[in-house]
Design a protein around this ligand. Structure first.
Ligand code: TMP
Length: 223
């Protein structure tokens, strides 16, 4: 990666980093959307150049694929579902994420590669190695630098979700429990990258925790 920098003043200190790819992950209802909004506000306040994207989506084709994937009246084979998530990711990575990283931006992803491992892999039982290979192809190998996993039980998350459920939310509680356990497995294998955070706590306090951890990462990069 070229030597670009993000420079921002936080707490009177100057923080620098190379383009940074940050993802937020968790099961449906974990409060991820709220946390993405809080983090965006903080990045803006501190004048850190960033872009925020969501998966599936973030490009014209990706948003079209999202509608197909989440349309509750459709039924999809596990293979088609997996490949559609990957197609949306290939578009987003190559058209939006990688160009932004090359300009030194911080990229904030509302879901990314771990979602497919957790949902299609641990949740639906698709081959984990195949998913990892596809993730590498779809992203041109540019995987997240830092991931915040909002950890909440499947039961608590289901109680928080609004109605009507989309095609993924309609899957039963056992599926969502497998996804939840899958996320924890991913974090266990990559503790340096994946920070597991208690999503049952107050949203503002969780936002502070995420911000604090992100700042540390920026500081570390500047040394
Ligand atoms: P969300 O935008 O509300 O998080 O909805 C996206 C849904 O798609 C959510 O149920 C998780 C699911 N999903 C997968 O199953 N695999 C993936 O790779 C991604 C990105 C999302």
């Amino acid at each position: 990666m070229p030597g670009y920098k993000i420079i921002s003043k936080i707490n009177n200190g100057v923080f620098t980093t190379h383009g940074l790819l940050v993802s937020l992950e968790g099961i449906d209802g974990c409060g991820k959307t709220t946390q993405v909004a809080l983090l965006q506000a903080r990045l803006e306040q501190n004048q850190i150049p960033f872009i925020a994207v969501r998966e599936p989506g973030g490009t014209a084709v990706g948003e079209g694929i999202r509608q197909v994937l989440l349309q509750s009246s459709y039924s999809l084979t596990a293979e088609a579902e997996l490949l559609l998530y990957m197609a949306a990711r290939a578009e987003l990575s190559r058209q939006v994420i990688i160009p932004a990283l090359l300009k030194g931006r911080l990229v904030l992803c509302d879901r990314f590669t771990d979602s497919t491992l957790a949902y299609q892999g641990y949740g639906a039982g698709m081959d984990l190695q195949w998913i990892k290979q596809l993730n590498r192809k779809a992203t041109a190998g540019r995987l997240p630098d830092l991931t915040f996993l909002l950890n909440l039980s499947a039961e608590a998350a289901a109680a928080r979700r609004g109605n009507p459920p989309d095609r993924m939310e309609k899957k039963d509680l056992r599926y969502h429990r497998r996804v939840q356990r899958g996320y924890l497995e991913i974090a266990r294998y990559e503790p340096e990258r994946v920070a597991v955070l208690d999503a049952a706590i107050d949203a503002e306090a969780l936002g502070d925790e995420i911000w604090h951890r992100l700042c540390k990462h920026l500081e570390k990069e500047s040394q």
